[in-house]
Write a protein that binds this ligand. Structure first.
Ligand SMILES: [Zn+2]
Length: 293
């Protein structure tokens, strides 16, 4: 879109994966609260979720620009989401550092597509986040396609959660969540059907790491974000592909507030990324993908 006010000279990195989990206007949803309890224990992260202004402060202090989104799983979980409009408004007031993404439960179908268009055209939203496990849906379910059509029309990126999910981990019956919807190869159909949508497979996709690597290699519209795990625990093929054929396809993401960006960045320095590759992952690849460069 090219209308961002982010000045690449002034930022050190772009974090493509930051969650807004606490609203300034509404109390925490009790259903989500139970999942946050369990996820905090699994990630050994503080239970209290920062509100959006606090997140912005933390990132500005580090000169890291970031994509900010909530996860809308209202239909599947019966939990109220944080408003995409709240995120977009904070982003508009902090456009030197915040890149607003939005999330719409795919079950909202055509109604969701109307919201997606409004957010893009009138609120500067620059990408979307989907989470098949929380949204309890096959990523290529046709009910989602009207929303994808809008995203593709504007050639915007969409982040899809892949792999294991911290949400539900350790809970009774996994909190009712089905890990199968996190299998990356389910998104291959979406990548074929929407070649104009830029698809970011979030997290290193364990236990299906190799599927994501194959898809990013095969499809020009597929990238991988490395959020949700400390680089210390990456499987070796992630590092070797990042250093070679996929050096332009890998993106820094933290998954804050569950993982602090500074912790991720420190760990990334000593796991074998080549010196010339790390800056691509930290900033250049995302700048190009997001249309900032
Ligand atoms: Zn996420």
């Amino acid at each position: 879109m090219g209308d961002s006010m982010i000045d690449l000279k002034n930022i050190k990195a772009i974090d493509v994966h930051v969650h807004a989990e606490a609203s300034c206007h509404q109390p925490e949803d009790p259903v989500m609260g139970k999942f946050f309890d369990a996820a905090s224990a699994y990630f050994k992260a503080p239970r209290e979720r920062p509100k959006i202004p606090e997140i912005i402060e933390i990132y500005r202090a580090q000169q890291i620009a970031f994509c900010l989104f909530t996860v809308d799983a209202e239909c599947a979980m019966g939990a109220r989401r944080i408003s995409n409009y709240e995120i977009a408004e904070f982003a508009a007031d902090n456009s030197d550092i915040v890149i607003p993404f939005a999330s719409i439960d795919p079950h909202k179908g055509r109604l969701g597509a109307l919201e997606a268009r409004d957010l893009i055209e009138n609120y500067g939203v620059r990408g979307f986040k989907f989470h098949g496990i929380m949204q309890d849906i096959h990523p290529a379910d046709r009910v989602a396609y009207p929303i994808y059509e809008v995203i593709a029309e504007y050639k915007l990126p969409a982040i899809f959660h892949t792999g294991h999910s911290g949400m539900g981990t350790g809970m009774r019956g996994g909190g009712g969540m089905r890990l199968k919807w996190g299998q990356p190869m389910l998104i291959d159909d979406v990548a074929v059907d929407f070649p104009d949508m830029k698809i970011i497979l979030a997290h290193p996709s364990w236990p299906w790491v190799d599927e994501s690597l194959s898809m990013a290699l095969h499809k020009d519209n597929v990238w991988i974000d490395l959020s949700g795990w400390s680089p210390r625990y990456f499987q070796p093929q992630i590092i070797s592909y990042a250093n070679t054929q996929l050096s332009r396809k890998m993106l820094f993401g933290s998954d804050f507030p569950l993982i602090h960006p500074q912790k991720w960045i420190e760990a990334a320095k000593s796991v074998g990324f080549r010196d010339e590759v790390l800056p691509l992952i930290m900033k250049d690849n995302a700048a190009k993908l997001l249309g900032l460069a």
